[in-house]
Ligand binder design. Structure first.
Ligand code: SAH
Length: 226
């Protein structure tokens, strides 16, 4: 059924994917990614972002900019979600960890690509809300835990990839420890009032760790552990 003024969600999502692709091209020299990987592009084109954000934000769900989700929290623009996902080079057999469940959007993007997603949210109502919506959308490979992400999730470690979606003052050692050899972590690093950088942390096969500054970014801060 088509009614006058009805939203064409599929067209909005396709436009969002095209905008993200254009941003990849613009930032290719900084990030090293000329284009989205096919898996990330497919996930972005599929996940129903308008069903994960709050009803007040649903109308702008497919705009390529950050959105408020309540509790003073903001979810990243789709470009940053896509880039963070590409940075960890996700594969179908991977088990990944996300810190900062928020709306559940990043977790859903990951769940389209990898075998299992574990995600930790410190604000209980946000975590429970995301869990319910993800369940409703049919995701069975996402496990949400309420807790402090600084410590990671040792019982589920080691991980092929970790995505941190709030800025940390430094790279938490517990998270590095929970990466498999060959594993990758995307994490925004920097203080609230400073320039933050999205960083790629790679653990080599011999256990040594490499860090690369990928892009200046602005994320809400991780709530510090006490
Ligand atoms: N990935 C989310 C966006 C998250 S915004 C999405 O796709 O929607 C950052 C989130 O990190 C917020 O929900 C915030 O409550 C959460 N957060 C902040 N500090 C945290 C911590 N120490 N441990 C776990 N989650 C944290």
């Amino acid at each position: 059924m088509t009614t006058a003024g009805a939203r064409d969600i599929a067209a909005e999502r396709a436009r969002m994917v095209a905008e993200v692709e254009a941003m990849y091209a613009e930032t290719r020299w900084e990030t090293g990614f000329a284009a989205m990987s096919p898996a990330v592009r497919a996930a972005l084109g599929k996940v129903e972002r308008h069903r994960l954000v709050s009803p007040e934000q649903a109308a702008s769900a497919y705009a390529n900019h950050p959105l408020p989700i309540g509790h003073g929290q903001t979810i990243s623009q789709p470009y940053i979600v896509a880039l963070s996902t590409d940075l960890i080079a996700p594969q179908p057999h991977h088990v990944v960890l996300e810190i900062g469940t928020g709306s559940g959007y990043q977790a859903a993007i990951l769940a389209e690509i990898v075998k299992q997603v574990h995600t930790i949210e410190i604000v209980e109502s946000l975590g429970r809300g995301a869990q319910a919506r993800l369940q409703e959308l049919g995701y069975r490979n996402i496990e949400v835990r309420i807790g402090d992400g600084y410590a990671g999730w040792p019982q589920k470690a080691p991980f092929d990839g970790i995505i941190v979606t709030a800025a940390a003052p430094g790279i938490p050692q517990a998270l590095v420890d929970q990466l498999k050899p060959g594993g990758r972590m995307a994490i925004p690093v920097g203080d609230r009032w400073e320039i933050q950088h999205l960083m790629l942390v790679t653990k080599n096969a011999d256990g040594s760790v490499e860090r690369r500054k990928v892009l200046p970014v602005r994320f809400v801060p991780l709530v510090p552990k006490d």
